[in-house]
Design a protein around this ligand. Structure first.
Ligand code: SAM
Length: 254
């Protein structure tokens, strides 16, 4: 048995790339939400931290001209596979760090889904990502961030077992054990997850610690306005991502 203790984000996501899709429910509803939002601004869409490209391939099938950026090579590898299966060109799926992108052209709509913006904990990284988004948007274009709402009080949730939400291929057994705690003072949600993958007797176990920085509406508005954005609005839809955290989408224009 191989026990992996990923030291950083890329190692953690490399470990999850082959199985992460099974822990999402069907994503048709999410794709429709992003389709409707992006359509208000134009055809050129950039998805930062796009993971295995499930949302992006859905948007590409609707005719958007899509670009996807993710820091983890195996995520982009999976995304390219999906594009290839659909007969869509995946050359705009690129391994890069959202904090330092320099794509050399502007987009109508840039988004970060599934609470991924919460991965940036430090002010300098948050400002760097928002600055890069601003620089890559055309005037009048929009950014949209799907965020989790901060709970009002501290909590500690005991370990719980999560089974895949979709059918896995024959010979693949996968599950996660997950416990979390929230600190209202720092607004940090800490998730400790153990992933178990058994692929025809080849067992891999990984344990990782994810820290997410949550925001109130007012805090995110301030960050966006400081980065130069205007016309900030908040969109609510129960359970946007199908995950059990309550989420909303904040949209701001350049
Ligand atoms: C939860 S996964 C993405 C799920 C994806 N948004 C979706 O909707 O299917 C989070 C992703 O963020 C990526 N990531 C983390 N830090 C990043 C960074 N600084 N720049 C780009 N991608 C990053 C990870 O590699 C990982 O694939």
């Amino acid at each position: 048995m191989k026990r992996v203790r990923p030291a950083d984000m890329t190692e953690m996501y490399a470990l999850r790339a082959d199985t992460i899709d099974y822990f999402f429910p069907d994503r048709t509803k999410e794709i429709k939400i992003w389709d409707e939002l992006a359509s208000q601004y134009g055809n050129d869409v950039l998805h930062l931290m796009c993971g295995t490209g499930e949302i992006l391939v859905g948007l590409a099938k609707e005719g958007f001209n899509v670009t996807g950026i993710d820091l983890t090579e195996s995520m982009i590898y999976r995304a390219r596979e999906k594009f290839e299966q659909e007969g869509i060109d995946g050359e705009n799926l690129v391994v890069d760090d959202a904090r330092y992108i320099n794509i050399g052209r502007k987009f109508d709509f840039i988004f970060i889904s599934t609470g991924d913006f919460h991965h940036f904990l430090e002010k300098k990284h948050i400002n760097s990502v928002l600055g890069k988004i601003f620089a890559h948007l055309r005037s009048g274009g929009a950014v949209a961030l799907e965020l989790f709402k901060p709970p009002e009080e501290d909590f500690k949730r005991p370990e719980k077992r999560h089974r895949p939400l979709r059918e896995t291929p024959d010979g693949l057994k996968v599950w996660k054990l997950n416990r979390s705690s929230y600190h209202a003072d720092s607004q940090i949600l800490e998730i400790v997850e153990k992933l178990h993958v058994d692929e025809e007797g080849q067992i891999i176990e990984g344990e990782y610690d994810i820290q997410l920085k949550l925001y109130t509406e007012k805090q995110i508005e301030r960050l966006l306005k400081n980065a130069g954005f205007e016309n900030v609005r908040h969109l609510y839809e129960d359970d946007l991502s199908g995950e059990k955290h309550e989420s909303w989408i904040v949209v701001a224009e350049r």
